[in-house]
Design a protein around this ligand. Structure first.
Ligand code: MG
Length: 262
């Protein structure tokens, strides 16, 4: 268990205790409303690791049994969140976030999988913190792996690239600089649930960022929440969703997206 999750657990327990005492005596102070900053952790910093060179941004072709979700030609495998055709922009074999049209998600739903996805922060990126190349990959439509320009860009560690957003910081910062392609290889195990709607086994995720281990079979605590704590709601197979974040910075690009069901 890393320090971030230890901290989260402590806060869960503290709030549980507060609720108990509130029930016991009405004149106790009221529980403070949650604010975004309450689930942000700034230390310890992930060490910076320079990834190996990917021979001038070459992209690896999918293995033979992969389901290709994006090969640079069209967005046929994707819809918006209403099930309508995805309207991100196609350019030079990549798909570019179109912030007018919102998130997109895979038509197909997945349980356990291995996902390969490449993404690029544009060389002319501006902004700072969470407003610099923000996007994300929602595993099973609810657990966000953060995408952000984390090259010389400070933010809370459980919100930088390759974090499980607002939950677990990456083990290293393996970010390539803007204009270069980043690769995530994500191995994900879906949760199982008890009859009363709790996790029997939580979702877990292992992530390589540019070949560097950044999440090592990390347990996901629940759904991604910007404000407040993760929630647990039973679900089955669900899509991969890519985030169109409302930050004002230049939109990021994706390419070579494939998945293997496990
Ligand atoms: Mg994001």
């Amino acid at each position: 268990m890393n320090i971030n999750k230890t901290s989260l657990l402590f806060i869960f327990l503290a709030i549980g205790g507060l609720n108990f005492s509130l029930a016991a005596q009405d004149d106790s102070p009221k529980e403070e409303a949650m604010k975004p900053q309450m689930s942000e952790f700034w230390t310890p910093k992930a060490s910076v690791v320079t990834p190996g060179n990917s021979s001038s941004n070459a992209s690896m072709s999918p293995p033979s049994d992969a389901i290709v979700l994006f090969d640079g030609k069209n967005l046929k495998q994707w819809t918006n969140q209403k099930g309508e055709p995805a309207k991100w922009d196609l350019k030079k074999g990549s798909m570019i976030v179109n912030k007018k049209h919102g998130d997109i998600q895979s038509k197909q739903e997945f349980g356990d999988f291995q996902l390969h996805i490449e993404w690029c922060v544009p060389a002319n990126i501006r902004g700072e913190g969470q407003s610099r190349g923000n996007s994300g990959i929602f595993l099973q439509n609810r657990y966000e792996i953060q995408i952000l320009d984390s090259y010389n860009n400070q933010t809370y560690v459980n919100g930088q690239a390759a974090s499980i957003y607002k939950q677990a910081a990456p083990l290293a910062n393996a970010m390539r600089k803007p204009g270069e392609w980043n690769v995530y290889d994500i191995i994900y195990a879906a949760p199982t649930f008890t009859k009363d709607g709790k996790y029997r086994t939580p979702p877990t995720v292992t992530i390589l960022h540019n070949g560097v281990l950044v999440q090592n079979n990390t347990s996901i605590l629940g759904t991604t929440q910007y404000i407040g704590f993760p929630q647990i709601n039973p679900h089955g197979k669900a899509p991969i969703r890519l985030q169109s974040h409302g930050d004002p910075s230049e939109p990021i690009a994706f390419r070579n997206v494939w998945i293997r069901e496990l």
